[in-house]
Design a protein around this ligand. Structure first.
Ligand SMILES: [Zn+2]
Length: 143
């Protein structure tokens, strides 16, 4: 074992079903699968709508806003390119779908369930990953 080996960041491995999501992320856009038959929005992408089993699917851009549905603070480093502490959170998007991501831009101790967040794309080895940052940092509108 060499202590100085630099291990690469463990990037997502897109499949035929998740590739449209990751392609949009590379353009710093968050989009989710949508069913053309029942309008259900869902993540991750799959071959059929999980609600009505239709294969008539497309992608829909979403706001990138949501809230922390649940989270955990990792206080131990499990991968050399992901130093602790860091937050892994289940984010519920304003449009409904949930995804697992990181909350960044604040101390782990400040993260809480129900926290309003917005997407922030960050590159890892040139691959854009969707992470989430507290919404209060840039109030984009007063809607
Ligand atoms: Zn459907």
């Amino acid at each position: 074992m060499s202590a100085n080996d630099q291990e690469a960041y463990p990037l997502p491995q897109p499949t035929v079903f998740t590739e449209p999501f990751w392609d949009a992320c590379q353009d710093q856009k968050l989009s989710v699968r949508t069913c053309a038959d029942c309008d259900h929005l869902f993540l991750p992408g799959g071959p059929v709508c999980p609600q009505c089993w239709s294969a008539n699917l497309s992608m829909k851009a979403v706001s990138g806003r949501g809230e922390v549905f649940s989270f955990v603070v990792y206080r131990r480093t499990y991968h050399p390119s992901i130093p602790a502490p860091y937050v892994v959170a289940l984010i519920e998007l304003s449009e409904g779908p949930r995804l697992i991501s990181n909350v960044v831009g604040c101390a782990p101790e400040d993260v809480h369930i129900g926290m309003q967040v917005q997407v922030k794309f960050e590159p890892e080895d040139g691959f854009m990953l969707p992470r989430f940052t507290p919404l209060n940092s840039t109030p984009a509108s007063e809607v």
